[in-house]
Design a protein around this ligand. Structure first.
Ligand code: 3H9
Length: 693
């Protein structure tokens, strides 16, 4: 047929084998090979056709690398119409993950057999798309409205057994898929089983279905705020009952194309590849083997250390949690237990699972207990002298090939490494709070960190379920360094006339998980205050960027933990409430610094904050701190609540146009503080050359 598809007549069965590594995506070669195989099977002596895949998985979907390029026939919907209307009985044999267009291929067969370990799903929503090859029409017909909504709007795959119960597959194979699927197909032929077609089922909506649909719409409007694909999926599900199959397919096609043309899908597809690219380190040879990590030591049993311990224990890695006193260690372990109690209460983990996880965590007050640790992560408070002392002690205790990592957010890894006799073994592993929840891990390369140590940290990050991004050494690394100009612009917008509520609402409406001032309140305003106390006036920068924050802290308003910061907080619900006292503080700062309030539009707020991020991101790229622009996008989407459907700050600015970015920043240069808006040469030059970042 083609290199990717073969067809053989085996007795009374036609067997189509797809072999398109790594995930058997439905590239042009696969589609045309399958079309040809189906044509052959229609005309030969086969009585049934089985579709099998080679390698690690059944078809994992359309080939995402082909999206945005000129489409080449045969198109998937046409191929699946050929499959649906095939004269022979058709059976899909599923292993690995049948996803998206892959599962739609299976749904277009008369019967589906899946290995018990297989999963099936329609993850298109995660790419800003909807199942565009009949999935939105066949799924509700086979499994009902509720399952269709769950499967397509969550995008999460379900195991074979669950799919069987929901009517999405017909048989679970226990051992050898190829053999069992072929035997199953032969039996169907022998039994003269009917040619079942999902497309032939008529669906009607009852009152409870209508209620489900309307509830899903309003829940999704909150949960996936600003995203268009989830709502379009609901439109398609409605169409599956209100229109006949062909008209439903037509509606699905229209809405699929609308998604394809939507910048949200381009952003989400960018994120798909960005996440995978982030795992690759260009400067390290693929022959460098990461070290085996079985035992990890964590120093500091506070919130951060405890959260990190949970990540490792959950991945089955033994943890020794160290702190200075028995009280500190006991408090740390109790906090971890309390976190797991909540997970049990919410049904996320069973008591047995929690006990198994807790059995991986030992505690101690003796550094000597780290002598056999493969990796040690220091999570003590942000003080260079203390960290250096910790690393000097580790140097005398840990085995020669142990990886020594600091969870610092700002300190120099090189200074910390210099406290040891083995700087090549030292690097940063910057977790985000709460460490057991947040997906991002910044792996920070010191001047002397060895390739092996970096490869080990990246591999461990993957093992504990983090999305890891490599950062070079600079103050704040990638994420926190960019946060400074972002926070500065938020403060300046406030001084120029916007209220905290306006700024936060503008950013949240745009898609940020939380506005910048609300984030300040959540993190604690005293942290920045204490950090500023160490700086000279020159280092602190424009007083307008911190005057209000200083006053709030001096008034005892430290943020959520003290019940008030930029807002007051309802003690019961923690809801934020605008506070006239804060308006008065802002007014007095304006008077002191001679700033006249003006109307600041939401558009100006968003443009200033996002361009401040991207401009700093471009400098980070110029300096080689980040390997690639997409790594910065991963940092912001996974660590800072940046909306994935905007693709991260670098993608957003790139997609909007670097020429636009230059024009807008030039306006800011002219109208605002000029020093804050010097345009990163990478943006200016690439805009001029018409090149991507
Ligand atoms: C769709 O189907 C639309 C239809 O409804 C309608 C059409 C008309 N295409 O993740 P991994 C690459 S939309 C191209 O590291 P894992 C991936 O980039 C699609 N390439 O492995 C990586 O490349 P590299 C719906 C793809 O074992 C390599 O394969 N389907 C595709 O951790 C290995 O991937 C989806 O959204 C693809 N579809 O996970 C499924 N998928 O090595 C998306 C993967 O160069 N895929 N690659 O970095 C996945 O969820 C995971 O890749 C999967 C394997 C679970 C399959």
């Amino acid at each position: 047929m083609t290199d990717a598809v073969s067809y053989t007549l085996e007795g009374n069965l036609g067997v189509i084998r797809v072999n398109n590594p790594p995930v058997n995506a439905l590239s042009h070669g696969v589609r045309s090979g399958m079309a040809e195989a189906l044509t052959t099977a229609a005309e030969d002596t086969s009585e049934a056709v089985v579709i099998l895949c080679e390698g690690r998985t059944f078809i994992a979907g359309a080939d995402i690398t082909e999206f945005g390029k000129p489409p080449k026939p045969p198109f998937l919907p046409d191929l699946l119409a050929q499959l649906d209307n095939h004269p022979k009985l058709t059976v899909a044999a599923i292993h690995g993950t049948a996803l998206g267009g892959g599962f739609e291929t299976a749904l277009s067969c008369n019967y589906r057999v899946a290995l018990a370990s297989a999963k099936v799903g329609l993850p298109e929503v995660k790419l800003g798309l909807l199942p565009g090859a009949g999935g939105t029409q066949r799924t509700p017909r086979l499994a009902g409205i509720a399952t269709a909504i769950d499967l397509m709007t969550s995008g999460n795959p379900i195991p074979a057994e669950a799919a069987l119960q929901k009517g999405l597959i017909d048989h679970v194979a226990r051992d050898n898929l190829a053999e069992e699927a072929i035997a199953y197909a032969k039996q169907l032929v022998a039994d003269q089983a009917p040619k079942r077609q999902a497309s032939a089922i008529t669906l009607t909506l009852n009152e409870s279905d209508r209620e489900l649909i309307s509830k899903a719409r309003s829940n999704l409007a909150k949960k996936t705020r600003g995203e268009s694909a989830p709502q379009r999926i609901i439109d398609c599900i409605e169409a599956s009952a209100e229109l006949d199959f062909d008209a439903g397919l037509k509606r699905e096609r229209e809405l699929f194309m609308a998604c394809m043309e939507d910048p949200q899908s381009a952003a989400l597809r960018h994120m798909f590849f960005a996440e995978r690219a982030a795992a690759k380190i260009d400067s390290i040879d693929t022959s460098v083997e990461p070290a085996q990590v079985q035992r990890v030591g964590i120093i500091g049993a506070g919130t951060m250390g405890g959260g990190i311990a949970m990540c490792f224990a959950q991945a089955g890695i033994q943890v020794t949690l160290i702190d200075m006193s028995d009280e500190a260690v006991t408090a740390g372990i109790s906090k971890i237990k309390a976190n797991y109690d909540i997970s049990v209460k919410r049904g996320r983990l069973s008591q047995d699972q929690v006990e198994a996880i807790m059995s991986q965590i030992k505690s101690s007050t003796h550094f000597e207990d780290l002598a056999d640790a493969d990796m040690v992560i220091e999570a003590v408070f942000e003080n260079l002298a203390v960290k250096k002392e910790v690393f000097a002690r580790l140097d005398t205790i840990c085995k020669a090939d142990a990886v020594l990592a600091s969870n610092t957010s700002y300190q120099s890894i090189d200074d910390i490494a210099a406290a040891t006799s083995r700087p090549e073994s030292v690097l940063g592993m910057h977790f985000f709070s709460p460490a057991n929840v947040m997906k991002l891990l910044e792996v920070v390369k010191g001047d002397k960190s060895s390739d092996r140590v970096i490869a080990t940290a990246m591999a461990v990050g993957k093992r504990i379920g983090k999305t890891s991004v490599l950062s070079g050494m600079c103050y704040g690394f990638i994420g926190n360094r960019m946060l400074r100009p972002y926070a500065r612009e938020a403060a300046l917008c406030m001084m120029e006339g916007a209220s905290p509520a306006q700024i936060d609402a503008a950013m949240e409406q745009w898609g940020m998980a939380m506005g910048p001032l609300a984030v300040g309140d959540l993190a604690g305003l005293d942290i920045g205050y204490k950090a500023r106390e160490q700086l000279t006036d020159e280092q602190k920068g424009d007083p307008a960027s911190y005057c209000v924050a200083d006053r709030l802290v001096q008034a005892g308003r430290l943020g959520q933990k003290s019940g008030a910061g930029y807002y007051r907080y309802d003690p019961e619900t923690r809801q934020r409430i605008a506070d006239p006292d804060v308006d008065a503080i802002i007014d007095s700062c304006r008077q002191e610094l001679g700033i006249a309030a003006r109307a600041v539009s939401d558009e100006e707020i968003v443009d200033r904050l996002i361009l401040a991020l991207a401009n700093e991101g471009a400098r980070i790229l110029e300096e080689g701190i980040a390997q690639r622009a997409s790594d910065i996008d991963v940092v912001y989407c996974y660590g800072y609540g940046f909306p994935r459907h905007r693709g991260g700050p670098m993608h957003y600015v790139q997609a909007r146009g670097l020429a636009w970015a230059v024009k807008r920043m030039t306006e800011f240069q002219q109208n605002l503080n000029q020093d804050n808006w010097s345009i990163a040469p990478l943006i200016a030059n690439n805009a001029e050359r018409g090149e991507a970042l």
